[in-house]
Design a protein around this ligand. Structure first.
Ligand SMILES: Cc1ncc(COP(=O)(O)O)c(C=O)c1O
Length: 386
């Protein structure tokens, strides 16, 4: 049993009508977590539908250039093009077992919405996605893809028209329709049990990577690096290494710089504060800051509570990677390895390059959380390659 907090962060800060449904969800999750039948069904779908295990790739050219051994965990090769499917499959199976016939989800970059639309079609569940208008415009093809798979996509026009507003809209829908609806939260955020449940579903990333790197190198990496939006791919990578002598590095959306007033780096920025957001106590960006990142998936004012705890206890170092640095890494990985990363994952690549240049780590494991196809239009507007 857990009270759903991480050294005081997290919890269940929601209005009364949501307390009971969340308690029921937590109990249902605790049950399936122990069920062999559930675990087998999920494992089979992860293999046959999603394409697990994802490969571990030694980035030869990048390693030669920077003088460190850089390994990429290729979540970009999964069905849908990102790690989001690991969690979407887990929660959709849970929803089905709990008798829910409707899924709702929020999405920023469109990757989680896409993953939800995929599992909605697979398991024959009615699916509705909330997405900020700003993100609908920059991720047009993902919106089309979700609709193609039968999901309804609702454009959210309130507030900044971004991910946080999409979460608000989805939470309202959930509160009105708890009887038949499962809110398929896309990251390690929100009220308990979401942060720990999403972590558990994503921790397959680190379990595989730990085995793969030991097989390949005979040891553990010195550092593990991942980008942090809500924080699910990062926690998914870190969890299996939490008791190992492996340094953790989180790369947040630094926007115009985490000391500027336009970024999405609540952990790296000096102006981040402890507050309650979307049902959890966590770290959020300061009031005078505009949430901004070149990548829609990192464009969120808060972060998962377990990361707030990791920061507080010094287990992980968080850095804001600027839009410019992320775009440079996006281009560099494309040119050196023939792999086009998602803009979100490019933040992790940029941080890994910084670490390799600093020369303090011999082996660096990077979570390549997604592929960059969805970002072609943004990239084409930034680079003139003619
Ligand atoms: C490819 C990719 N990586 C990372 C993220 C950030 O989410 P999280 O921090 O939960 O992994 C997203 C979010 O949409 C994404 O699409």
């Amino acid at each position: 049993m857990t009270d759903g907090t991480f050294d005081g962060y997290g919890g269940r800060h929601v209005p009364d009508p949501l307390q009971e449904p969340l308690e029921e969800l937590a109990a249902a999750y605790d049950d399936v977590a122990k069920s062999d039948a559930f675990r087998t069904e999920l494992r089979d779908l992860l293999e046959e539908f999603a394409g697990r295990p994802s490969p571990l790739y030694y980035a030869r050219n990048l390693s030669d250039r920077y003088g460190a051994e850089i390994y990429l965990k290729r979540e970009d090769l999964l069905h849908g093009g990102a790690h989001k499917i690991n969690n979407a499959l887990g929660q959709a199976l849970l929803a089905k077992r709990s008798g829910r016939d409707r899924l709702i989800a929020e999405t920023g970059a469109g990757q989680h919405g896409t993953a939800t639309a995929m599992v909605g079609a697979l398991l024959d569940l009615e699916t509705e996605i909330y997405m900020g208008k700003k993100d609908v415009e920059r991720q047009e093809m993902n919106v089309f893809r979700m609709r193609l798979m039968g999901a309804e996509v609702n454009e959210v026009t309130r507030g900044d028209q971004g991910l946080a507003d999409a979460v608000d809209a989805a939470l309202e829908d959930f509160a009105e329709n708890v009887a038949d609806t499962h809110y398929l939260v896309g990251s390690v955020v929100g009220p308990d049990p979401f942060p720990r449940m999403v972590r558990d579903f994503q921790s397959v990333i680190g379990r595989e990577a730990r085995e793969q790197i030991q097989e390949r190198t005979g040891g553990l990496p010195d550092a593990a690096v991942a980008c942090v939006g809500g924080g699910s791919n990062a926690i998914g990578l870190f969890h299996a290494f939490r008791d190992d002598p492996v340094d953790f590095y989180g790369a947040e959306g630094g926007g115009e710089g985490s000391d500027s007033t336009k970024h999405a780096a609540p952990l790296a920025s000096e102006t981040g504060t402890d507050d309650v957001l979307h049902g959890m106590k966590t770290r959020v960006i300061g009031d005078d800051t505009e949430v901004h990142s070149v990548s829609a998936g990192l464009d969120y004012p808060g972060v998962g509570p377990e990361h707030a705890m990791y920061r507080a206890v010094g287990r992980c170092e968080y850095t804001g990677i600027t839009d410019e640095e992320a775009l440079a890494a996006f281009r560099e990985l494309s040119e050196t390895e023939g792999i086009v990363p998602a803009l979100e994952s490019s933040h992790a690549v940029a941080r890994a390059i910084q670490l390799a240049e600093a020369g303090e780590h011999e082996t660096i494991l990077v979570n390549l959380s997604g592929r960059g196809d969805k970002d072609m239009e943004t990239a084409a507007s930034k680079f003139d390659l003619s």
